[in-house]
Write a protein that binds this ligand. Structure first.
Ligand SMILES: Cc1cc2nc3c(=O)[nH]c(=O)nc-3n(C[C@H](O)[C@H](O)[C@H](O)COP(=O)(O)OP(=O)(O)OC[C@H]3O[C@@H](n4cnc5c(N)ncnc54)[C@H](O)[C@@H]3O)c2cc1C
Length: 252
């Protein structure tokens, strides 16, 4: 007689293998806009990543501990990687690292990671997010081919935080200027997306940024006939949350 097979205990599920570890050495610091600072790092080898993916950086905190913070890979080439840090004003370890950064500073990073990447089969693409998403949205837009149709709605703090984008695709890019620091639930982004008129064909939406904003926009798109597979959604920050990210695929 066959021995009874035991159901696997939930806690025996194999752990995911750790993401590759990278040593980054800061080469250059440059302010792109009043609230966005680019740090360019030297590193061994080249990141094997898809546009929109991020690295989990281990940044030092005021408590002397290392803290994990997610930052999108804005650009990478053999031996280097560029990351754009939002200066949001709350003085978290990620922001403070960028504010105090000096060439020669070193960091460890794990990745690339993340599922908010282009769907190559989509007939068109719509991107929505705030300044924390700008590096990811721009990186994705830059890799879309000339024939691709794309729409992007990006909220920034100040009109001088808008950035120039050199993309080949057929793009309608709309900036929403907040005129002040970011708060939970971006009503301008929510309202603008409720007015978005999808073109014919099967599109893909990339909805990222503050968690409650992402959740509301995702619900709105589902109510208007998008199916779940058509929406990549991730919460990049939320008031009071320290680092991390929010998966948003569990409701609707
Ligand atoms: C996949 C992914 C990719 C990301 N890519 C980028 C990127 O390329 N560039 C980038 O700058 N950020 C990016 N973020 C967002 C970034 O990880 C968070 O903003 C993070 O909280 C910053 O860490 P911190 O140490 O500065 O602040 P924390 O210590 O995490 O937070 C301190 C306080 O600041 C608040 N806070 C954090 N971020 C913001 C914000 N943007 N606006 C207002 N209040 C805020 C928190 O709610 C908290 O109250 C990404 C997040 C994810 C999940």
């Amino acid at each position: 007689m066959q021995p009874l097979q035991q159901a696997p205990e939930p806690w025996t599920r194999p752990a995911r293998p750790p993401l590759p570890l990278h040593e980054l050495t800061l080469r250059e610091v440059r302010d792109l806009t009043p609230h966005m600072r680019r740090l360019t790092f030297d590193m061994d080898g080249q990141l094997d990543y898809r546009a929109g993916q991020d690295l989990a950086l281990l940044v030092p905190g005021a408590d002397g501990e290392l803290h994990r913070r997610h930052y999108t890979i804005r650009d990478a080439a053999p031996g280097e990687a560029a990351i754009d840090f939002v200066i949001h004003g709350h003085h978290g370890p990620g922001e403070l690292f960028a504010l105090n950064a000096r060439p020669g500073d070193r960091l460890e990073a794990r990745g690339p990671r993340g599922r908010t990447v282009l769907n190559p089969d989509a007939d068109w693409h719509v991107f929505v997010g705030d300044e924390t998403c700008l590096p990811g949205i721009f990186a994705m837009l830059e890799t879309l081919p000339r024939r691709a149709r794309a729409f992007a709605f990006i909220e920034v703090e100040d009109k001088d935080d808008r950035q120039y984008l050199d993309a080949d695709c057929d793009l309608d890019l709309e900036w929403l200027v907040r005129n002040g620091p970011a708060v939970a639930a971006s009503l301008p982004l929510i309202e603008r997306m409720s007015l978005f008129a999808p073109p014919p064909g099967r599109g893909q939406a990339y909805v990222i940024g503050e968690t409650s904003t992402v959740r509301t926009i995702r619900r709105g798109l589902l109510a208007r006939g998008f199916d779940k597979a058509q929406i990549a959604a991730e919460g990049y920050w939320r008031p009071g949350r320290l680092g991390g990210h929010d998966h948003i695929f569990d409701e609707g």
